[in-house]
Design a protein around this ligand. Structure first.
Ligand SMILES: *[C@@H]1O[C@H](CO)[C@@H](O)[C@H](O)[C@H]1NC(C)=O
Ligand SMILES: *[C@@H]1O[C@H](CO)[C@@H](O)[C@H](O)[C@H]1NC(C)=O
Ligand SMILES: *[C@@H]1O[C@H](CO)[C@@H](O)[C@H](O)[C@H]1NC(C)=O
Ligand SMILES: *[C@@H]1O[C@H](CO)[C@@H](O)[C@H](O)[C@H]1NC(C)=O
Length: 520
């Protein structure tokens, strides 16, 4: 009886909030399980700045952005949000939002800056920076969720042996990962080895938009590279680097530190362009070529069948020793970064133009059908607001990987920006609120259907350096004025704070850790 009354009150409160949010779908924190991580997301190169401070070494991105013509607005991450000096202020921003988790990455070149040989000395200043960040987060009740490699690696490794193209990097990555486990693992309970290698590898080695800018015709016009084989060689080394780091964690640290380790992939959702068998098979292929490129070897022991069939000799093979290593290490959680959905059509039975990103799956991707875009536009050309894609994608991966524990380390909305615009052009971001509430509603639906999702992070806490888009794309809940470094909350920051606070009733029960008894 008391239970029914409480449930009824919850419904009433939800309706009440719906009316007050005028047009924005009401989504309630109580729809997510107890202990769910709600956070904000960033990465080292995109926010830190301080690129020569604290004895940091040069990263591949420091070098890449300083070359002419690599970044659309000619910018770089030398200063970015200067989070290196503003991190205490940024922790306060997160605390005011009420998040219980923060996803960030560690700059490898800040921890291992020296050029004197492969296993260089640990930089105490770099360790001190992340240690202080972690301690201050924990003091505010914010769990660190740490990515070991979010695109930036020491430039030294690119120079020495071609970075991800060489198997030598597997040992170097293990060495770096072990330093992080040793230095921070007493306090960090969530580790992701990599951030969306299925995307950055293509941008780095297939089309040449990301460091080190390698590709070949017809995929792009680079000085050097080989688009048809290098992405798969780099991917192979990343999978084995992941296995090496996980193995070190499992054998030496996980027992006493008690954390979890996983990997984050980018998951675009695909829908058939036409309702034909060929396009439905094209969707299957596009999916197999995306996150399963990495997750199938890690969890199921080999590359997806569609990849092996289409790519043949272009795809490296795992030796039986490597397969044993993969089988023995696997992962504890998968991270699914999700932003958008597109249509794909078949290119085996029909002729297509070249699709530089998805074309290897013998598909062509589109964002419109009969002149109608797949969803509402965002500030990024290929990103559309298609909330149903979240549930569809999460359910697909739930099924493919036997409901492995899952986090959403990134989801967010971008606003197009240029240097003549000011904070007030960005702070009324009702479209971002609509986007986030729509995707959270869709995620809640997947959870209701049994998906074991344990956390969600908005990309991003702050407007930041968006790789080859420079500062032309703003994803932040907080606007950043890059001249003064002033942070200004957008309406979406207020919306997220209110969402996280929940209704007064929920707040009371949450504090007493009894909420789930009334909602289950
Ligand atoms: C890429 O490598 C493959 C296999 O070694 C070779 O057949 C092809 O010609 C190379 N392409 C370029 C553009 O170098
Ligand atoms: C696709 O076609 C099948 C049979 O031709 C039909 O049953 C189904 O409703 C169609 N689906 C859509 C989304 O149009
Ligand atoms: C910046 O964007 C605004 C709004 O889209 C536009 O009106 C203006 O012309 C742009 N300015 C520059 C310098 O591109
Ligand atoms: C924000 O923009 C919407 C229209 O998109 C408008 O209705 C609303 O009044 C604006 N709010 C503020 C605080 O400016």
């Amino acid at each position: 009886m008391a239970r029914e009354a409480a449930a009824c009150l919850v419904v009433l409160l939800t309706v009440h909030r719906l009316l007050h949010l005028s047009g924005v779908a009401a989504i309630d924190r109580g729809l997510f399980p107890p202990g769910f991580l709600f956070g904000t997301s960033t990465s080292a190169y995109q926010v830190e700045g301080g690129y020569l401070e604290g004895n940091k070494g040069l990263s591949n991105w420091d070098v890449f952005t300083h070359k002419q013509g690599t970044i659309v607005d000619g910018s770089n991450g030398d200063t970015a949000d200067d989070h290196y000096h503003h991190y205490m202020e940024d922790i306060e921003l997160m605390h005011s939002l009420g998040v219980n988790s923060y996803r960030f990455s560690i700059s490898w070149a800040r921890i291992l800056p020296r050029e004197q040989g492969r296993f260089g000395d640990v930089n105490p200043d770099g360790v001190a920076f992340y240690s202080s960040l972690i301690d201050n987060l924990l003091q505010k009740g914010i769990q660190p969720f740490v990515t070991l490699c979010h695109y930036d690696i020491p430039h030294e490794l690119d120079k020495r042996y071609g970075g991800w193209l060489s198997p030598e990097i597997q040992k170097d990555f293990g060495y770096f990962a072990e330093i992080c486990f040793k230095m921070f693992g007493d306090r960090v309970k969530f580790w992701a080895t990599f951030n969306q290698p299925n995307l950055f590898i293509k941008f780095s080695y297939m089309v040449g938009w990301y460091s080190p800018g390698r590709c070949s015709e017809p995929f792009g016009n680079c000085k050097s590279g080989n688009s048809s084989i290098e992405p798969y060689i780099a991917g192979h080394n990343i999978i084995l680097s992941h296995a090496n780091a996980v193995s070190i964690y499992r054998n030496k640290y996980q027992g006493k530190q008690g954390g979890q380790i996983g990997i984050a992939l980018c998951i675009i959702w695909y829908e058939p362009f036409r309702n034909t068998t060929a396009d439905i098979l094209a969707v299957k292929r596009a999916l197999s070529f995306s996150a399963p490129w990495f997750l199938d070897p890690i969890l199921l022991g080999d590359y997806p069948r569609e990849m092996r069939e289409v790519l043949g000799g272009r795809l490296p093979k795992f030796t039986s020793k490597q397969k044993k290593r993969l089988e023995a290490t696997k992962l504890d959680f998968i991270g699914l970064n999700h932003y958008t959905t597109c249509y794909v059509k078949d290119c085996i039975f029909s002729q297509c133009e070249i699709d530089p990103i998805n074309g290897d799956a013998r598909v062509f991707s589109l964002v419109e059908r009969d002149g109608v875009p797949i969803g509402k536009e965002t500030g990024s050309p290929f990103f559309y607001d298609v909330p149903r894609g979240m549930e569809e994608a999460v359910m697909y991966y739930k099924q493919r990987y036997n409901n492995t524990p899952t986090y959403i380390p990134e989801n967010g909305y971008s606003q197009a920006s240029n240097s003549s615009m000011t904070a007030k052009d960005f702070t009324n971001d009702t479209r971002r609120i609509n986007y986030i509430s729509g995707y959270l509603t869709s995620l809640a639906s997947a959870i209701r259907k049994g998906a074991d999702v344990r956390g969600y992070f908005v990309w991003s806490l702050l407007d930041d350096f968006e790789w080859n888009s420079g500062y032309t794309s703003r994803f932040g809940l907080y606007h950043v004025d890059y001249k003064t470094l002033k942070r200004t909350p957008k309406l979406s920051a207020d919306w997220y704070r209110k969402f996280l606070m929940g209704s007064p009733l929920r707040r009371k029960f949450r504090d007493e850790s009894q909420l789930h008894q009334f909602t289950s």
